[in-house]
Design a protein around this ligand. Sequence first.
Ligand SMILES: Nc1ncnc2c1ncn2[C@@H]1O[C@H](COP(=O)(O)OP(=O)(O)O)[C@@H](O)[C@H]1O
Ligand SMILES: [Mg+2]
Length: 263
Amino acid sequence: MSLQRAAKSIRSIPAEGVLDLQQVNISYSGKAAVKNVSFAIAKHNVTSIIGPSGCGKSTLLRSLNRMNDFIPEVTTEGKITFDGQDLYGQEVDSVEVRRRIGMVFQKPNPFPKSIYKNIAWGPGINGYEGSIDELVERSLKRAALWDEVKDRLHESALSLSGGQQQRLCIARALAMEPDILLMDEPCSALDPISTAHIEDLIFELKSRYTIVIVTHNMQQAARISDYTSFMEMGELIEFGVTDQIFTRPRQKRTEEYVTGRFG
Ligand SMILES: Nc1ncnc2c1ncn2[C@@H]1O[C@H](COP(=O)(O)OP(=O)(O)O)[C@@H](O)[C@H]1O
Ligand SMILES: [Mg+2]
């Protein structure tokens, strides 16, 4: 199936929960890392995934855009649907999935090229038909970076600060015109001011995009997310509206974690 046809068929079924996980199990060489996880990710909201180190947050996040496909020892079971379509269905093109569901990593990873080329490269090889200059400007504006870089677009991306590099990586993801952005601890390598920038940005982006963020910073999850899922040892202990998870958790384990008694 061509990319275009994949895109069309993925788009054709509207739904409230844009990503729906049903009994998802993920293992590495038979060793379970994510166990029987079910929840839905609401459109144009921020959903955070919290939990102690090693509990399966990144593994789960990578399953949402089929990044785990690159790790040969991974087995994924259960069902994940994207706008109603099985993300792992045979007819679905995983490249198209990753265009529609972009990813931003913990450590900013710009290409060692100019700021401009970092944005223009992906859409270029993807056959983008509009004006690349406009796309670069729009993406940098949406990532709240344009004013800081508009006079130095052809300088190396590596000349930017860490926080600017991370916003560049967000701009690069946005240039692919995704529906969903997955972020794996996007602020953990950044200073507090850069972190505040990214948090403000996430708040602005959710009017256009659906955002799933892994964070080990509970204050950050409480500040920026609408929904929170708390994981422990591969299991989803509790999922709910962020305010409820932090102020009226139903599970004792959640309460212990969010009040800092462990983890
Ligand atoms: N590539 C991999 N190969 C084998 N085991 C892995 C791999 N990545 C993660 N794991 C294991 O899966 C479990 C969950 O890891 P991970 O998803 O990275 O947790 P978190 O992001 O919550 O820290 C851990 O036990 C980890 O050791
Ligand atoms: Mg992780």
